[in-house]
Design a protein around this ligand. Structure first.
Ligand code: NAP
Length: 541
């Protein structure tokens, strides 16, 4: 943006040590850490408050499917002692309140500009700094740019023909309005049956006059069996938090739940059945830790998939609806597993109709509702829970230009790539938090954010202590990391399903599985080892 345009928009001009982009859980901690190092740091955030995904995702039923005692910051004993979770799996209002509590406790808001979205980020090779322009006309110059833009923060827009003609209410789950939305007495359509749709359906079903659920790919979902947390249990957790956090940080996914090392076929069929039934009755989360080879052995995977298919048939009264709700053709857990409360049960209600978009696809949205190939359903409200341009979408939505004016779009033309998911060749001093090439969506994001931010801040401290101006990844270190990520991923069943993990949910997006599947604990070791060896894989100026 030219200086004159800048001045006309009346934005702020400021030279900073570090700019953090995004004030979700990653950005909040980055701001806190950078401030603690004495950096002149500012965060900008598109929303009007902290919380990131939990600020935007206010849809009915929104809840985290990671246990609250795990899905919370571990860096401050003061915070973990003062905050008390009320449920095993916290709902959006409680997580949002937690984010605000943390921001108040750490006095973060004085250094966050809300309602401000980065539009362009350009590297000045000579001055060794980033110039960041925003939609409010600000121009910031920063030595370090910390991208805390989130892996699931760009909701897909409704691209069904006629969406702009619809005369009723139309909401995106990932950009839910802040005003109350009433469902009572209304005819509602939900499009999409991923984690978001599966949470929305049971809540809206209880209130709406009628609910039509437009399902394209059926998801596997397991019962969450949420419950209030007993104060004695919470007291026990608080007393043992240091030890529990240490376990979680070095675990596969960043949680304290047990993960088995036994392959499925090492267990007798009767025992398998008993274990799966127990997990089903206890909480679906337990399924993920039952056997070691569910995402590497297709036959083992099919045993568990079949068990869950059988449960759908048991729960859903109408055999035809049960058949259409039953997922086939992809491995269970290769799409993000969902945990639900009364999802399948909702289809036993008289006021809920399953619309099978595989048999009868949506053709268009009309003024009065949704027309499929075979019929038109008239509704007062459409809720689109159709997912995200995940992992790379948020960073690519900003016009980022690195060394020599090379754009991130060029660099990521074949999919997101970086070294350790943290640093890139050609983009010096631009750090990624919870980026596409770390454990990302397979890990507890809060612990991953903490690990990423700590590593990045330690690296910045190392640079300042040694008078180093800039850091970027060495090309061959980045290549090696991406080969490792791709090779490990290729040995698993993840790439075989059409998911947002692989970019298959966004037309035209490169089809790659860029996520490191070796687990949070192993990833932490790799990052720490690289740092201990003088930041192996990085090139300093
Ligand atoms: P998603 O998993 O990508 O699901 C989107 C759904 O919309 C899919 O069923 C998709 O069908 C359908 N869809 C998209 N376009 C459509 C169209 N034009 N017509 C009909 N159906 C269409 O998105 P999400 O449910 O928002 O979840 C994304 C991720 O966010 C989750 O995997 C999870 O990581 C996170 N999340 C977590 C929680 C939680 O913690 N409980 C809650 C919500 C979200 P196809 O599969 O056929 O494309």
């Amino acid at each position: 943006m030219a200086d004159t345009d800048q001045a006309r928009m009346g934005g702020e001009r400021r030279r900073l040590d570090a700019l953090v982009i995004g004030a979700g859980f990653g950005g909040m901690y980055a701001l806190h850490r950078a401030r603690g190092m004495g950096l002149d740091v500012l965060a900008i955030e598109a929303g009007d408050d902290v919380g990131g995904t939990w600020y935007w995702n206010r849809y009915p039923g929104a809840r985290c499917d990671v246990m609250s005692i795990d899905y919370s910051y571990s860096f401050s004993d003061e915070i973990q002692q003062e905050w008390t979770w009320s449920e095993q799996f916290a709902a959006q209002p409680e997580i949002f309140a937690y984010a605000r509590f943390v921001a108040d406790t750490l006095d973060l808001k004085r250094d966050i500009h809300f309602g401000t979205r980065a539009t362009a980020i350009e590297y000045d090779d000579d001055a060794c700094l980033w110039r960041i322009t925003t939609d409010r006309g600000d121009l910031f110059e920063a030595t370090y740019c910390l991208m805390a833009t989130g892996p699931l923060s760009v909701p897909k827009q409704v691209d069904i023909p006629g969406a702009d003609r619809f005369g009723g209410e139309l909401y995106l789950s990932g950009k839910w309005p802040h005003h109350p939305v009433a469902f009572a007495g209304k005819r509602v359509a939900v499009i999409g049956t991923g984690s978001s749709g599966i949470q929305i359906v049971p809540v809206v079903a209880e209130q709406a006059a009628h609910l039509h659920v437009f399902q394209r790919t059926p998801s596997f979902t397991l019962p969450m069996r949420n419950r209030p947390l007993d104060p004695d249990f919470v007291g026990h957790i608080k007393r043992h938090y240091p030890g529990l956090r240490a376990v979680a940080r070095h675990s596969l996914t960043g949680g304290v739940r047990p993960i088995s090392s036994r392959p499925l076929f090492s267990v007798s069929p009767e025992e398998r059945e008993r274990l799966m039934e127990e997990a089903w009755q206890h909480s679906g989360l337990a399924f993920l830790g039952l056997f070691s080879d569910l995402l590497t052995n297709a036959e083992a995977n099919e045993v568990v998939a079949d068990f869950v298919r059988g449960k759908i048939a048991e729960v859903v009264d109408d055999p035809d609806t049960a058949r259409r709700l039953t997922p086939r053709g992809y491995p269970i857990f290769a799409r993000r597993p969902c945990l639900d409360t009364q999802y399948y049960e909702s289809f036993n209600r008289e006021n809920v109709t399953l619309m099978d978009c595989l048999e009868d696809p949506i053709v268009e949205i009309t003024e009065h509702g949704i027309r499929t190939r075979e019929r038109e359903v008239q509704v007062d409200m459409i809720i689109a829970a159709i997912g995200y341009d995940a992992l790379t979408g948020a960073m690519l939505s900003i016009d980022i230009k690195g060394k020599g004016g090379r754009s991130l779009k060029q660099k990521w033309a074949d999919g997101g790539r970086s070294y350790l998911g943290l640093v890139m060749e050609g983009f010096p001093n631009l750090f990624i938090i919870a980026g596409p090439n770390g454990p990302s969506a397979l890990a507890n994001f809060i612990l991953l954010n903490e690990q990423n931010v700590d590593w990045i801040c330690d690296c910045i401290e190392h640079m300042r202590a040694n008078g180093l101006r800039a850091v970027q990844a060495l090309p061959d270190a980045e290549d090696r990391w991406m080969r490792k990520v791709t090779e490990l991923g290729g040995r698993s069943l993840y790439p075989t399903a059409n998911t947002w993990y692989t970019g298959a949910n966004v037309p035209g997006k490169p089809r790659v599985f860029p996520v490191y599947i070796g687990g949070l604990g192993r990833y932490r070791e790799i990052c720490s080892d690289a740092a201990a060896q003088g930041y192996e894989g990085l090139e300093f100026e």
